[in-house]
Design a protein around this ligand. Structure first.
Ligand SMILES: [Zn+2]
Length: 143
């Protein structure tokens, strides 16, 4: 069995699972980023000073026939750069992991994209449903 230290494939790269809850048709994973600092999107200064936290939800790859909902704890940091207009910013994750405002992880987005390309709108939606991949007809038609 392949093992990599410091990483778990249960959560996308850069995240650690703090708590898991299994429902009849859903798995909830409480995750947080492992990075100690974040970079201000305005000035590029790195910060380790956490201001607050909030929860964000995103769908991830299904596990054993259950949909997976990531409950991501997102930190807000202080920007300490004197000349920066931004005082507080939220940490960001790579577009391949979890893009800003996206309701799906990057790896789930990839599967949705390929389903759409291979099967086209409606058949892809039916297949996605059988795979427990949460995606709307509209999203697949857009792909
Ligand atoms: Zn800044």
């Amino acid at each position: 069995m392949e093992r990599r230290s410091g990483s778990t494939k249960l959560a996308p790269a850069g995240f650690v699972v703090e708590h898991a809850e299994i429902d009849t048709d859903c798995v909830f994973l409480d995750v947080r980023a492992t990075a100690l600092s974040a970079t201000c999107p305005c000035c590029g200064t790195s910060s380790r000073r956490t201001q607050s936290r909030y929860l964000r939800q995103a769908a991830d790859l299904p596990i054993a026939g259950r949909r997976v909902v990531l409950r991501v704890t997102v930190r807000r940091f202080w920007c300490d750069a004197v000349l920066c207009r931004r005082r507080i910013f939220a940490e960001r994750f790579g577009a391949d992991v979890l893009a800003p405002l996206s309701r799906r992880t990057g790896r789930l987005e990839t599967i949705v994209h390929h389903l759409g390309l291979a099967l086209g709108g409606r058949p892809a939606a039916a297949f996605a449903d059988r795979l427990m991949v949460p995606v709307s007809n509209d999203t697949l038609l857009r792909v």
